[in-house]
Design a protein around this ligand. Structure first.
Ligand code: PMP
Length: 425
């Protein structure tokens, strides 16, 4: 039948299936499509939601009476720190509001650790013989690029439904002092959509580490980016770490890149007060203050923490149908055939698709030749190396709904052809 798993079919049936898939692929190619599912960018309609920003701020003094047009205030303005402290479950003095990109803050923190050392460290990381980071995979390619740029080694652990494999992490950090940190996208991870449970977070916060200055880079880029009414709560990593006697272990990052404008939002760092002072001291060597006018217009635009949550519902209404389209095409075209598995995220920006081992590169190539740009196979692994060559990250937010459906239908055709080729080879 149409839905019989490919692995159960006879050689003749598979040969016929291959012929069918070749014809379907040729027809697809003939359509001359030009579609793109590569980057997790907000769609123009999402950006439009924040256009009231363009007429703000309505006044230029902040809650402390500071003229935001002038220099100063390295830590960010009072009201935006307070607003995001509440949203991130931390105290305002634990928050720095910075420029438009949390990724830059992550690089800054790594640079400071590299050149100056941690508050709980013995020496700058550049003076270590070797520095290693744990990377849950699949993960965010720009995290890996950053490590590579520093010459930091990587070791991978599986990303499970409830977060990184905490036992694997604990085993690695217990004995190897070169392991100085780990990445984690705790909420609606890029690309798996997993949400780190309180139990996993507690284990990471409390596990003994051979390095005294082990750091968790807690990149909560999608903390508020729910796709359903079942809204995940981010684990309270700062409290967990502090209660476990490791208050300086986690450094949290977030931003409004996918809340307001991806290119003109506000980024945040949250950590222990000592870590915040440490970060500001080093930042102060090269900065006088952030764009406080942008921070103020964001504070006025949202009005309150609830204003941020309400705003996210409008994003959800725009992008949820696109995620539904991805699921419905994958279900109807690939369901039951045993040629792919995929995540069903309840938040974030991505769907993670696993095809047959060894087939991801082929699928991406087939898609490219048919005019559909997919994230390169392996992009979600350090060094671009997916040892099983099976993972493909799908990013459905940017294209219009019809284009998402069309692109996913094309992806399904490519997955089927690659599987047919492989199983008849
Ligand atoms: N972290 C993750 C996990 C992301 O997916 C992204 C955006 N793709 C970022 C960070 C970038 O954040 P920002 O725009 O604040 O630099």
């Amino acid at each position: 039948t149409e839905t019989q798993p490919l692995a159960d079919r006879s050689p003749d049936e598979l040969a016929a299936f291959l012929t069918e898939q070749r014809a379907a692929y040729d027809a697809l190619k003939g359509r001359g499509l030009k579609l793109d599912l590569t980057r997790g960018k907000p769609a123009p309609a999402q950006l439009d939601l924040s256009d009231a920003l363009l007429a703000l701020p309505a006044s230029y003094t902040d809650a402390n009476g500071v003229d935001t047009r002038n220099y100063g205030g390295l830590e960010g303005i009072k009201e935006i720190r307070e607003m995001f402290a509440e949203l991130l479950w931390v105290e305002p003095e634990q928050v720095v509001a910075g420029g438009n990109a949390s990724l830059v803050m992550m690089r800054d923190v790594l640079t400071d650790l590299w050149l100056k050392g941690a508050v709980d460290g013995e020496r700058p990381w550049s003076q270590e013989e070797k520095v290693t980071f744990i990377c849950p995979v699949p993960g965010y390619d720009r995290h890996f690029t950053l490590l590579d740029w520093f010459g930091i080694d990587t070791v991978t652990v599986p990303m499970n439904d409830d977060g990184p494999d905490a036992e694997a992490v604990a085993a690695l950090v217990a004995s190897d002092p070169s392991i100085k940190g780990m990445w984690i996208v705790p909420t609606y991870a890029n690309p798996s959509g997993s949400v780190c449970s309180q139990e996993v977070a507690a284990r990471l916060a409390s596990m003994p580490t051979a390095a005294p200055d082990f750091k968790i880079f807690w990149d909560n880029a999608y903390a508020f980016h729910h796709l359903t009414e079942d809204e995940a709560k981010s684990a309270d990593i700062l409290t967990l770490a502090s209660a476990a006697g490791h208050p300086h272990r986690p450094i949290m990052f977030a931003s409004t890149s996918k809340i307001t404008y991806a290119g003109a939002g506000v980024a945040f760092l949250a950590a222990s007060v000592e870590n915040v002072q440490w970060y500001l001291k080093h930042l102060g060597a090269g900065a006088i203050g952030p764009d406080k006018v942008n921070q103020l217009r964001h504070a006025q635009f949202f009005g309150s923490p609830q204003g941020v949550r309400d705003h996210m519902v409008k994003h959800r209404e725009i992008i949820w149908p696109k995620f539904e389209a991805v699921q419905s095409v994958l279900d109807s075209r690939l369901g039951g055939l045993g040629v792919a598995e995929w995540t069903k995220p309840t938040g974030g920006y991505f769907v993670s698709l696993d095809v047959l081992d060894g087939a991801a590169t082929r699928v991406v190539q087939l898609a490219k030749e048919a005019g559909i740009a997919l994230t390169p196979a392996g992009a979600s692994f350090p060094g671009g190396n997916d040892p099983r060559d099976r993972n493909i990250r799908l990013a459905p937010t940017f294209p219009e709904l019809d284009a998402v459906t069309e692109a996913m239908d094309a992806v399904a055709t490519c997955v089927l052809l690659a599987a047919a080729e492989q199983l008849t080879a």
